[in-house]
Unconditional design. Structure first.
Length: 360
């Protein structure tokens, strides 16, 4: 089996209205959701194809420049942990995980095995999903919590910046759904100093049963601050990490209760092995992608023992289309792990035409 064709497709898929930030909020961060996403299809002379999805915003040219390294190759001759792109920590990390995803899909189809089997087998047949939102006014936050509860989702992740009405949001959520939905407060390191995090925590004292955890309140480079915060907070503290040495350091310092990990399939599996050895629960982060990448997340979560928290597999609930023919099966807060060979998803050609973006 030889790789004969490598195709890339650039798409832009909008979000549902008021599914991320509240409408008309001046000064609240960004338009990251509008960044294009590059899809990859690797086809062989056997007729089998593997699908990959690049991290949001990665240039199509960056993905395409590595195509010659794979053309003519037998996927079974490649070491997927050391692809000919550099490594997962190189500037081409996004391209690395895109090709790795497509190769896992391709080889899974060739062997007639789902990807989780290639990763060592499943610990679970369903993966907990969370609902994510950006920065919202309390009324909108309450509406998102009601949606989460209707879907059977028990964790709502919300962004938080300096000056955001965090306590008011949690209060509104409590009034809307009680404690049926817990909130992960993701500050993205923006709170600048532990003092700000503790001020928010004091305001949240009446709502402790509504808090899942406080993620990245201050700079991740200062683990002393995290050790201090963990001693003082009355709810779990989480770190969003990538580099394995950072994971080791956080575990050694006992700087957090939970870990948010991500990156490539192999890299996620290695990072969660560190967390598992330390007895620390994990969830899988995401960049709010499309159906191909979210399928890979479900396989990765299923194949890693420590991944017991609600993972950020949220594109299905945020974007108007997932670019796959049949959506991932979701019921009562859990994504069913695909049992079909490879990732278990098929590219939707009609949606590709609708949301495709041509380079100018």
């Amino acid at each position: 089996m030889k790789i004969t064709d490598i195709e890339t497709f650039r798409v832009r898929v909008p979000l549902h209205p008021v599914s991320w930030h509240s409408a008309n909020i001046e000064g609240w961060s960004g338009s990251w959701w509008d960044l294009p996403i590059v899809l990859l299809r690797v086809t062989t002379d056997s007729g089998l194809s593997g699908l990959g999805e690049a991290p949001k915003g990665l240039a199509e040219s960056t993905v395409r420049q590595y195509a010659p390294l794979f053309a003519g190759q037998d996927p079974f001759d490649l070491n997927w942990q050391h692809l000919p792109i550099g490594d997962i920590w190189s500037p081409a990390a996004g391209a690395y995980q895109t090709y790795e995803m497509a190769l896992y899909d391709l080889v899974g189809k060739a062997l007639e095995l789902p990807v989780y089997q290639l990763l060592g087998g499943a610990y679970r047949d369903g993966v907990r999903g969370s609902l994510c939102s950006g920065q919202m006014w309390p009324d909108d936050a309450a509406r998102r919590a009601r949606l989460a509860a209707e879907l059977g989702i028990d964790v709502l992740k919300m962004k938080a910046n300096v000056g955001d009405p965090v306590v008011e949001r949690i209060s509104a959520i409590n009034k809307a759904v009680g404690t049926a939905v817990k909130v992960t407060i993701d500050a993205g390191q923006h709170l600048q100093h532990p003092r700000r995090a503790l001020e928010i925590a004091r305001g949240l004292e009446p709502y402790l049963a509504n808090i899942e955890c406080f993620e990245d309140p201050v700079s991740r480079s200062n683990l002393d601050w995290y050790v201090l915060l963990r001693e003082k907070l009355d709810f779990p503290l989480a770190l969003h990490l990538g580099d394995h040495q950072d994971v080791i350091n956080a575990v050694k310092r006992e700087a957090c209760d939970y870990l948010n990990l991500g990156r490539s399939l192999n890299d996620f599996k290695k990072g969660t092995a560190i967390a598992e050895a330390a007895g620390m629960p994990v969830w899988h982060g995401s960049g709010v992608g499309l159906g191909i990448s979210e399928a890979s997340l479900v396989h990765a979560c299923a194949a890693t023992k420590a991944t017991t928290l609600s993972s950020d597999i949220v594109g299905e609930m945020l974007r108007v289309d997932d670019l796959i023919v049949r959506p991932l099966e979701f019921e009562d807060g859990y994504f069913k792990v695909p049992q079909e060979p490879g990732l278990g998803v098929e590219l939707d050609e009609e949606a590709l035409q609708k949301f495709g973006v041509r380079l100018s």
